[in-house]
Design a protein around this ligand. Sequence first.
Ligand code: NI
Length: 137
Amino acid sequence: MLERFSATLDAGLLERFDGLLDRHGYENRSEAVRDLIRKALVAEEWQSGKAPVMGVITLVYDHHQRNLLNRMTQIQHDCQASIISTTHVHMDHHNCLEIVIVKGKPSEVRALADRLTTLKGVKSGNLSAATTGRRLT
Ligand code: NI
């Protein structure tokens, strides 16, 4: 069921908001407001730390780095969060890209991401904070 509400805001702020809508390709303000609300709710899920969240860890590393592959495997087997899937791409002779999709409490997902991204030999590591989507319509 859809409900309508109105909001009052400063004209300058609204103008900037409309500019943002244009640049990102939103068709109307409602869709943009819905996305902002969902983004805030996902951020809150990550802060509250109770419900399970989804995380996507992206790693770029040199597979020739001594012990790196062993340590990465060990960490993934030992972690408290559940690893749903990993995808590995051999980008060139040295560089690998790995994507690890994880489900768990925010603290568990963050801990795994921290352990992996700080390993010696990891050139680029990033955690993308996603959601199970269950509480977002
Ligand atoms: Ni590789």
